[in-house]
Design a binder for this molecule. Structure first.
Ligand code: FMN
Length: 191
């Protein structure tokens, strides 16, 4: 399977926003690598993200021009990458990641306090047979479904359903956006 095929298998389809744990070589003397959750999507054969210019991740990318995107469905790993240190097993692979995409920065465009960064995916390594990525639309769809069932019991949750729809519109695949519209219709009809 070529790199683009592997990215699609990892959930980078349509303009779906995949949450990754980005590892960058660190500018600090205290640790060799920095880890942070960063959302990434695919445009043609390139990967793209918006990264705030005050983050270590951004400054490391400017300094070294490379990093890795660790793919996992494990929410504990996302939390640990942000609030405490996760173990780096080898190179730029964190413990328990399902797949690792090695990236090089191709281009950056400034938008106020963040930059849109374009990455070349240099390699994609799978560490389990069926790697699973995380997309925020998954949780949002389940939450919207729960609220829709409550709506049936005459609890008005339309505000929450709109909120989940915004998340799905921002992060989901075409199929996820479509099913979210149907959940909204269902919810309006039972209200
Ligand atoms: C699930 C999740 C997704 C995130 N996505 C992004 C993102 O796409 N771009 C960004 O700049 N920050 C994003 N953040 C916030 C950064 O992870 C956060 O600012 C972090 O503290 C940056 O760490 P650093 O200074 O070590 O790079 C995200 C956070 C979470 C929890």
């Amino acid at each position: 399977m070529n790199i683009d095929g592997k990215l699609i298998k990892l959930g980078f389809l349509d303009d779906r926003l995949v949450e990754t744990i980005m590892v960058t070589p660190s500018r600090s003397n205290v640790k060799s690598y920095n880890t942070a959750p960063i959302g990434v999507w695919k445009e043609n054969k390139k990967l793209v993200s918006k990264v705030y210019d005050n983050s270590n991740t951004f400054m490391n990318l400017v300094e070294y021009g490379k990093g890795s995107l660790n793919i996992t469905h494990n929410v504990i790993s996302f939390a640990k990458s942000l609030i405490s240190d996760v173990d780096i097993e080898k190179d730029m692979k964190i413990e328990n990641s399902d797949a690792v995409i090695e990236v090089e920065v191709l281009d950056s465009i400034e938008f106020g306090n963040f930059y849109k960064l374009y990455f070349d995916p240099i390699s994609v390594d799978f560490y389990v047979e069926n790697p699973r990525s995380f997309c925020r639309s998954e949780g949002a769809i389940i939450e919207a479904l729960i609220d829709a069932t409550r709506q049936r019991e005459k609890v008005n949750n339309s505000g929450m359903i709109n909120h989940y729809k915004e998340i799905v519109d921002k992060t989901g695949s075409k199929k996820e956006k479509k099913i979210m519209e149907r959940i909204e219709e269902y919810s309006n009809n039972v209200a």
